[in-house]
Ligand binder design. Sequence first.
Ligand code: NAD
Length: 494
Amino acid sequence: MSAALETRVRNFIAGEWRDSRASEWLDVVDPASAAVLARVPLAPAAEVGEAVAAAVRAFPEWRRTPVTDRIQPLFKLKDLLERHREELARTITMECGKTLAESRGEIQRAIENVEVACGAPILLQGDFSEDISAGIDEFVIRQPLGVCAAICPFNFPGMIPFWFLPYAVACGNTYVVKPSEKVPLTMQRVFELLAQIGLPPGVVNLVNGTRDTVEALLEHPDIRAISFVGSTPVARHVYARAAATGKRAQCQGGAKNPIVVLPDADLGAATRIAADSAFGCAGQRCLAASLAITIGEAHEPFRDAIAEAAASRVVGCGLDEKVQMGPVISAASKARIEGLIDRGLQGGARAAVDGRPTVVRGFERGHFLGPTVLDHLDPRSELAGTEVFGPVLGLVQVRTIEEAIALVNRGAYGNMACVFTASGADARRFRAEVEVGNVGINLGIAAPMAFFPFSGAKASFFGDLHGQGRHAIEFFTQTKVVVERWPREWSRKF
Ligand code: NAD
């Protein structure tokens, strides 16, 4: 079934598709054409309750299923995701706007998380110490928490649920996913695949909606853990509510990612990589470069080269294989980004490239905004400190690596920072001193592989354990410490 033919998005509860009884519905809009692809329900609390109840019912048997059996459906899922990769990529592109190549890459990242979660039998192993005192042994076992839930953003509709779901399920939990209401179609398709892999009914569930649906998840007493990815204000709110209602939480927030360019860097390579980081996915990546801090004489050549890369990027509908950058998600998002550019220019920045007049022939109603490069940005301006989440790169020039690191650390966010240099000493210092979760050295997108945590710091992350890899296994399990003694004289009694 093609996503375009689906008109009403459904919930998946207790192993079956259910029509929502929601009184409010929103349009799901193709950002390239502005065509309405489907309608998404804002599921009421009662439907969240049904999904959680199904997950509660499924939990006792699923947690007792041996881990070696629990991972078998995940092997099937990997196979199905690979076989449906192209169709999933097209669905992502249609509802989210990114290019087909970017959507294929996103599905690959989802698959890699399934692969890592298949290592649960060894990842779940505990620790054992024999004879911590005479005749006494002590060990740690990891047990599932119960019902857990993910609340996801619009920009990676296929990948982000996979930072959590495969690990949660492999650990013996049961799960509820709430996709972004802007891009619910990819999870419709993924859950059609999840329905085929042999999971018992209720192990995975899908509810659609927005704010009220999230509140219902946060307030539900049977949900033990929440994974959130989205903007910082909502991340902060979800973290606070989760703490107040006694839930474990990991909340990934927004970002303002700087890249630092030293004069000794290979400027050709640095520019190509920086352009991919700033303008790939139309700048709607939480690891998108948004601020380029150039040091000394790196400034002019970097500015000229990045301006050329920006101006020559092919903007259009992501379904066209020749296109290098798609639209931003919505008209509201486009207007917000244009406002930030306006105020940046009023504050003294100069447009090396201004993407605002971009129009794509045949897609005049689409939410397109060309790559934009703003030079001489005041480091204290609104634009220098605000997450843009669009294809806009601001340039700030400083004199030394010390100044650059201080500027990076002055920012409120801490998702990623990158440095381009040929100096190991400068790179090492940067790596040690920048206060961010993900560091790139001669890289523009320091995206952790599935077997590493997807890190984040400061206003970009609230919690302790991140998504992916071992962190996810720890997040989705409760450690239990057992201290035991089996004195010989006691056993003789029986
Ligand atoms: P968003 O915060 O608007 O929405 C995220 C989720 O929260 C959605 O499911 C939405 O329905 C829900 N939501 C929105 N408003 C809410 C409210 N007031 N109360 C409760 N729930 C609410 O984020 P978005 O626009 O979908 O995604 C973009 C943001 O996500 C950017 O800030 C980006 O940096 C961030 N992001 C971060 C990471 C990371 O790893 N740190 C990864 C991807 C995206």
